[in-house]
Design a binder for this molecule. Structure first.
Ligand code: DLL
Length: 463
């Protein structure tokens, strides 16, 4: 996709070619929240990106010591930047940078100018903290409103928001977007599934926002209670925050009687609404290129791959004030296409995220690193430093079993039960996820000759 952008930024002759090949046939009935931006010709998008990228680099260079050091080392003095061709020469930013500058060291604005903080799991006990200026929150709301409209919502709709509220960006991200769209938002958050089902029906929700696994859980509980949500007003589902498959899409659509649409985002870049599928094509997520630059790289070499090839998604922010990100390595594996979409939007499409190239697990929408669990276990008396995490799927829900060894071969059943309770409780309070804990006798966890196998992920693979 970068090739196409670069092509578009060179001379008028090429611009004509790009315009001709990338102008899709616009479907007349496609509703857009911001049609001018969403259908911007690609060469115009490229010019806007270059202008915004220069501003972002200058801001990062002037205000964030880490970026200044790295940009200087890469030969970019005073943040100057000539063409999008130079993008691959810019240094990467990684999740560990946020941890190393915990909590506020990556911000380009004084803390007093931030109106909100969010946080998500870091690779160790420390969270990665992200912050927003007032303008950042407004931009995020615009992009979420754009995403919701792209996924089928309309002003005046009731939008039932079952994403968790709190430090996770899902709840508040969808909330502000729904309000910005002019919808009526129901700030339900996760849990209390019976009540969700009652309110979806009574308030006449037209869109459901949830993780795909929770959407299926809602369907299951409704079916068990004899409620047919296919008869409700639900028409669209905005599902993301975890990987899911086409098979799961079909199942959710059949059981809830709605169109299930994929939404992507990550807190380090903004939160939900970085990219979203259109309900028209349901074939890849439009990455909002007027606010972000998307690249796919080979995770081993760090070099860009050709359009259509699979690799790691790297994102640069173009309009973020508080937390500008330069070439952030998301660790998410996907591919992109700039082929025109039947909906008329010109922004590239990111294919379904098929997995990650680090060891982060997403369990019922919560990001978990094995090292976080290890940090909890190490601090508990009576537990040996041998463990295995086993992830399975039961029905629609992911289950995380933590198998740990007791230090002692003796112990009453009651003592073992108490130890398991302590482990479960500590993981829940430190990381926020529920687990099934099995205490094993000493020597029971398989030992490895090389790298310890810490995770057995037995969930069905996404192709
Ligand atoms: O999950 C933001 C979000 C909220 C997205 C609600 C969509 C809906 P984090 O907690 O920072 O932010 O987790 C980001 O979740 O790097 C991916 O690995 C994964 N992820 C997010 N959306 C999708 C998706 C939110 N549609 C991490 N498909 C990302 C697959 C997804 N994985």
């Amino acid at each position: 996709m970068i090739a196409a952008l670069t092509k578009a930024s060179r001379g008028a002759a090429n611009e004509t070619i790009v315009r001709r090949t990338t102008q899709p046939k616009r479907r007349v009935d496609t509703y857009m929240f911001d049609a001018d931006a969403e259908t911007m010709p690609r060469e115009e998008l490229a010019r806007l990106q270059l202008r915004r990228l220069r501003q972002t680099l200058k801001c990062a260079f002037d205000n964030v010591p880490l970026h200044r050091r790295r940009l200087r080392a890469a030969g970019f003095l005073h943040g100057e930047f000539r063409s999008l061709d130079d993008l691959s020469r810019l240094p990467f930013t990684v999740k560990a940078d946020l941890r190393d500058h915990y909590p506020f060291g990556m911000f380009a604005r004084p803390r007093e100018e931030l109106v909100r903080l969010h946080a998500s799991s870091g690779t160790t006990g420390k969270a990665t903290v992200v912050g927003y200026t007032k303008k950042d929150i407004a931009t995020w709301a615009d992009l979420m409103a754009r995403s919701m409209a792209c996924a089928g919502a309309r002003p005046g709709d009731v939008i039932h928001n079952a994403y968790g509220y709190g430090l996770f960006t899902g709840g508040l991200g969808a909330h502000y977007g729904a309000e910005r769209l002019g919808a009526t938002v129901v700030p339900m958050s996760g849990g209390s599934t019976d009540r969700q089902i009652v309110l979806i029906q009574d308030f006449g929700a037209r869109m459901l926002c949830a993780t795909p696994s929770y959407a299926l859980a809602i369907a299951e509980v409704a079916e068990a209670a004899g409620v047919d949500l296919r008869r409700s007003k639900l028409a669209y589902g905005l599902f993301g925050a975890e990987p899911w498959s086409e098979a799961m899409r079909h199942e959710i659509e059949a059981r809830l009687g709605l169109k299930a649409v994929d939404i992507y985002g990550l807190s380090e870049i903004m939160g939900p609404g970085v990219a979203c599928e259109c309900e028209v094509a349901q074939a890849g997520l439009h990455g909002w290129e007027d606010h972000f630059l998307f690249e796919i790289i080979d995770p081993d070499t760090g070099l860009p791959v050709a359009e259509g090839q699979s690799g790691e998604l790297v994102i640069t922010t173009l309009t973020k004030q508080a937390l500008p990100m330069i070439r952030y390595r998301t660790r998410d594996i996907t591919r992109v296409t700039t082929e025109p979409c039947i909906c008329g939007r010109t922004h590239l499409r990111i294919r379904r995220i098929t997995g990650r190239n680090d060891d982060m697990l997403i369990i019922r929408g919560v990001n978990v690193y094995p090292s976080q669990i290890e940090a909890v276990l190490v601090g508990l008396p009576g537990i040996a430093p041998h463990y295995q995490l086993v992830v399975t799927r039961e029905g629609s829900l992911d289950l995380l079993a933590v198998e740990v060894e007791s230090v002692s071969a003796q112990g009453t059943l009651e003592a073992i039960r108490q130890l398991a309770d302590a482990v479960r409780h500590q993981i829940k309070s430190m990381i926020g996820i529920s687990t099934i804990v099995a205490i094993k006798p000493p020597g029971d966890i398989p030992r490895s000759q090389g790298k310890a196998v810490r995770v057995r992920d037995l969930r069905p693979k996404i192709s």
